[in-house]
Design a protein around this ligand. Structure first.
Ligand code: ARG
Length: 563
């Protein structure tokens, strides 16, 4: 039942289409303000009247359809109230009868490119990569769930002079076998050693430059070593992706665009957008209040931005995207504003479809700053391992007789880490604390998983999921209404996640649902004596389980049957 649609058909506003009204209808934050509202503030300009007057006029003479009990103008809002019983029955029926609740085809025919994780070859996959990886992967699943075709892109950092340094270091202090055995830690070791040695012996830098030139010129030996670094990095990172439930459709990184920048640079020249500045070629962005975007260095080398511009063209040509998202830390704000602006200046209207989905920094509560050059890093894999270990301890203590403890601990530990990066507004910085993310009573992944398990075992105990028509409404408690309203929000929230590219809206809803369910669980007897009441409460429990489970899975978190 789409009440929004009903409201948008019901309310007639001159100069506004049904669709536009649909877009205005919202869910009031407080339930006593109704189940839906139409804020009239944005209409004031169009109708040249104060919002209060508009709301009052709209309320007059409304003929409410059967599902609504009243419509009321308060302040600048027109509030709608649904008939509780009907609302509950409709909502439960919809959740329980759907194969996959909330899945829709609204995005059919539209492609959304999502650039996320985008790791650097031979560099550690560390805690700083957590947010981009799990935010990107959650968006990927949610866009797909809403019918879009999401394309996950790992824009690998596989180009740059550091690879010359790595080859030099490899030849001096390592070998294939050591790299194959030690993986990224070995690459990090020789990279750190290179910097230490180069301080004493600056000629190493020249050697590194020579090796980088060899990669550029396609020297077979240099390429072989470079490819070994790439292969070993992807192999190691792939294990973490698997644990986090993360998937990519493309691994075209920076080096893929080596031969795709020429036409872009030619077009920039042709459109008179390139300026010389101290020997380098730049696009002047002063009129837009930004520093110039560097396109070619003095020595003719291309830059990160040059590759990103070429990559955007490639993505547009290959996927004809509806949107292209870049899930990258806010430190790269300026970079993306520059890149998008340059494409706009080249005259491409689709520049408006490029979006930087920025997020804040993650640091560990235990402190310590990170520096790859000095080898000080917190590997994401180590964080996962430690969380899984701690989960195993907690689970073993809570439920000593449980089977498959290791498997469950893996779901709980990784779930805790994933949820921690999705729990708050993405732009906020995060201080990661093991105790906090694993608190089974906090606003955490494990808390929601545990609530799911609790709901599931209540359903098992009941032994059936009732048919909606047998639901009775005797003794309906406030908490039951509140819970069903929260479940009802799920579909709206999925849409909000998509329009704002903000998965935390879903995480927040899941926390609210879990908290509300636990209150319901302790306050209301689910297996009530009266059959109608029992049916209603078992149905509410089953619906809660479904919504929490799909919700967690969309975030990338698995739900154990027991824990
Ligand atoms: N590898 C880059 C980094 O670690 C992130 C790449 C993001 N994606 C992009 N298209 N620039 O900073």
């Amino acid at each position: 039942m789409d009440y929004r649609e009903i409201i948008s058909k019901l309310v007639k506003i001159e100069g506004l289409s049904e669709e536009e009204i649909y877009g205005l209808v919202a869910i009031p934050p407080e339930r006593d303000k109704g189940d839906y509202c139409l804020p009239c503030f944005k209409l004031a300009k169009l109708l040249k009247k104060p919002p209060q007057v508009i709301a009052a006029e709209l309320a007059e003479g409304l003929e409410l359809p059967p599902a609504f009990s009243k419509a009321e103008a308060v302040g600048g809002y027109l509030n709608f109230f649904l008939i509780k019983e009907l609302f509950i029955r409709d909502t439960l029926e919809e959740i329980l009868s759907a194969e996959e609740y909330g899945r829709s085809g609204e995005g059919a025919g539209r492609v959304v490119c999502i650039d996320y994780s985008s790791i650097n070859i031979a560099k550690p996959f560390h805690i700083g990569h957590l947010s981009t990886t799990v935010i990107g992967a959650a968006l990927y699943r949610i866009y797909n769930y809403l019918g879009y075709r999401a394309i996950g892109i790992n824009h690998l950092g596989d180009w740059g002079t550091q690879f010359g340094k790595l080859i030099s270091a490899y030849k001096r202090w390592s070998c294939r076998m050591q790299i194959e055995e030690g993986g990224i830690k070995e690459m990090l070791r020789i990279y750190v050693k290179f910097h230490e040695e180069a301080e004493k012996n600056p000629s190493l830098e020249d050697e590194a430059r020579m090796y980088f030139k060899q990669i550029e010129d396609g020297d077979p030996e240099a390429l072989e070593i470079f490819n070994l670094f790439k292969e070993m990095t992807l192999k190691e990172v792939g294990k973490v992706y698997e644990r986090l439930n993360v998937h990519f459709d493309s691994y075209h990184g920076e080096s893929f665009f080596n031969d795709k920048m020429e036409p872009v640079i030619a077009e920039l020249k042709e459109k008179n957008l390139l300026k010389e500045s101290e020997g380098a070629l730049v696009v002047d962005l002063e009129p837009y209040g930004m520093s110039p975007c560097l396109i070619l260095k003095k020595d003719g080398a291309s830059l990160y931005a040059t590759r990103d511009i070429a990559a955007a063209f490639y993505r547009k040509k290959t996927y004809d995207f509806y949107k292209c998202l870049y899930v990258v830390a806010y430190q790269q704000n300026l970079h993306f504003r520059q890149v998008f602006k340059v494409i706009e200046m080249m005259g491409y209207e689709w520049a408006k479809d490029l979006e930087h989905v920025a997020f804040g920094m993650v640091s560990l509560e235990e402190g310590g700053s990170m520096s790859t050059r000095k080898g000080k890093v917190v590997f994401l894999e180590d964080v996962l391992n430690r969380c899984v270990e701690k989960s195993l301890e907690i689970i073993s203590e809570k439920s000593p007789g449980l089977e498959d403890k290791e498997k469950i601990a893996e779901m709980v530990g990784t779930g805790a880490v994933i949820f921690s990066a999705l729990a708050n507004n993405r732009i906020k910085d995060i201080v990661f604390s093991y105790d906090r993310v694993l608190n089974f009573d906090g606003e955490t992944g494990p808390y929601i998983q545990y609530t799911c398990v609790r709901a599931n075992s209540a359903i098992e105990k009941a032994g059936y999921v009732p048919h909606h028509s047998s639901i009775g409404f005797e003794g309906l408690c406030d908490i039951e209404c509140e819970l069903v309203s929260l479940l009802f929000k799920f579909k709206d929230v999925l849409r909000d996640v998509m329009t704002k590219n903000e998965p935390s809206l879903l995480s927040r809803l899941l926390v609210d649902i879990a908290q509300c369910f636990n209150k319901f669980y302790f306050e209301c007897k689910i297996l009530a004596d009266e059959p109608g009441v029992r049916d209603r409460r078992v149905a509410i429990t089953a619906a809660t389980y479904r919504v929490l489970k799909v919700g967690l899975e969309l975030l990338g978190i698995k739900v154990p049957e027991k824990m």
